[in-house]
Write a protein that binds this ligand. Structure first.
Ligand code: NIG
Ligand code: FE
Length: 450
């Protein structure tokens, strides 16, 4: 065998196994290989196993990476982010600390709508630069694939601009992005008097236009599975003050007819709106948040093929103390993933290891479960379980080297970055904690900054 890259003598190579999500009690069943090695060829994993065994099968190796003292795990997959926005909401954060609630602020025209104003005003260059710096930070924290939602445009041209930024950055940055259309994130200011007019605009004009929109499939960092579609998924924020159940249903049904995969923001605040059973009935790829989901809805989701995505960074970011009932979901046999929900309102955090640390403490996951939820199951929440999410022969070589003797350190430690090495499709993009790739649009990676 001939390899382009051999990573050897890792203290452990740790990975979930398979192409389908690990469900229920099986979530924590990982493969742990002491003194492990991974061989890579043409961007894909060629061999994985104990170093002695992998080396014995290799004839020629172009580059060797010594991983002593490191744990090698699959690149993290972040399956729920609101990546593209301009500005910040630090003042709103301070108001919430003094007692204002998230939904009150949204009702008063702030929150999501404040970011919509800032995003509409920003130039494409500014949006690209702000988004790119978040992507650098994600990559430095070990995320190699992320979902990216629109939703801060809320008008046809304004939403298209966000899709343009997503596709441009997907092509020119090592982090792979999976685009989701979230035109149904909030009722925009100009439609507040008549929300139904916005739902009609979404169903009759925006969704068909997004479905018809195509992007070039070339680009140095373009994912091999990219097919030019503007968005793979359509998502709706089903919540009091956003979209009600009936509106959610009409938008999702229209999206399904147009060929979008479906996602829903369900049960983030107000319980029992019914978005979870609706999403299951429509065959959604994932249902996300699930903080206030009633037990019978959670059980229904657990028995379905739909992945449940829990977002502990959002509960933490809101300082709410209400976390999603992950244990109950797993006891019912559910397929659980975790994500950052990266956004300027509820969870500005680019780090999946931080989500693992929160999941261990507040969702009751073991470190092994948290790792599987952040890798294979997260890939399945994007329909990519056959391509990424585990260290297995044939999958893309998206790998992370952690500066720790044991994978449990990932959930055990927090607030510091233990990521030493990041490999994207066989290319080293982070070395010794610093970004080493070159952006093709002339941008310098975040790790190069003084
Ligand atoms: O998932 N809930 C809706 N969307 C985001 C928050 C977006 C924002 O506040 O800007 C969420 O929490
Ligand atoms: Fe969200």
């Amino acid at each position: 065998m001939q390899a382009d890259l051999l990573i050897r003598h890792a203290a452990q190579v740790v990975t979930p196994v398979g192409r389908r999500p690990l469900r229920g009690k099986a979530l924590g069943s990982l493969q742990v290989i002491p003194d492990g090695a991974v061989a890579v060829r043409e961007g894909r994993i060629l061999a994985v196993g104990p170093t002695a065994e992998v080396e014995a099968r290799l004839r020629e190796v172009t580059e060797v990476l010594e991983a002593r003292g490191q744990v090698v795990v699959p690149g993290f997959v972040d399956p729920h982010t609101h990546l593209v926005w301009a500005g910040d909401r630090a003042a709103e954060f301070e108001r919430r600390l003094q007692g204002a609630t998230y939904l009150e602020i949204l009702q008063a025209g702030g929150g999501i709508l404040a970011t919509v104003r800032a995003t509409r005003e920003a130039s494409v260059e500014q949006l690209r630069a702000e988004t790119r710096s978040r992507m650098d930070r994600m990559l430095l924290h070990g995320t190699t694939t992320a979902e990216a939602k629109t939703g801060y445009g809320l008008a046809p041209e304004a939403e298209f601009r966000l899709l343009d930024v997503i596709h441009d950055l997907d092509a020119t940055h090592p982090l792979d992005l999976v685009p989701t259309f979230l035109g149904a994130h909030a009722i925009p200011e100009e439609h507040r008097a008549d929300p139904e007019a916005y739902v009609a605009l979404l169903v009759e004009a925006m969704l068909p236009a997004v479905a018809a929109r195509r992007y070039p499939v070339e680009g140095p960092w373009r994912a091999p599975w990219t097919d030019g579609r503007a968005a793979w998924f359509c998502d709706v924020f089903c919540e009091r003050g956003a979209f009600d159940l009936d509106q959610t249903q009409r938008i999702l049904e229209a999206a399904r007819r147009l060929g979008f995969g479906l996602k829903v923001h369900a049960d983030e605040f107000v319980p029992s709106l019914g978005a979870t059973p609706l999403a299951v009935a429509l065959g959604a790829t994932s249902v996300d948040h699930l903080v206030s989901t009633p037990p019978e809805h959670l059980a229904l989701l657990a028995r379905s093929e739909t992945v449940g995505v829990m977002l502990p960074g959002t509960s933490f970011g809101l300082g709410s103390g209400h976390y999603a009932p992950a244990r109950r979901f797993l006891e019912a046999g559910g397929a659980l993933a975790i994500a950052t929900d990266l956004n300027p309102g509820t969870s500005w955090c680019e780090s999946m290891p931080m989500m693992m640390a929160l999941a261990a403490r507040y969702l009751g996951l073991t470190p092994a479960e948290a790792l599987a939820a952040a890798t294979l199951n997260a890939a399945c929440a994007l329909g990519l379980g056959h391509e990424i999410g585990s260290v297995e022969i044939g999958k893309w070589a998206d790998l992370v080297g952690i500066d720790a003797p044991d994978y449990r350190h990932l959930a055990y430690r927090y607030g510091v970055n233990l990521v030493h090495t990041v490999i994207k499709r066989g290319k080293i993009v982070v070395r010794e904690g610093r970004a080493v790739y070159r952006g093709t649009d002339g941008a310098r990676p975040g790790g190069d900054r003084p």
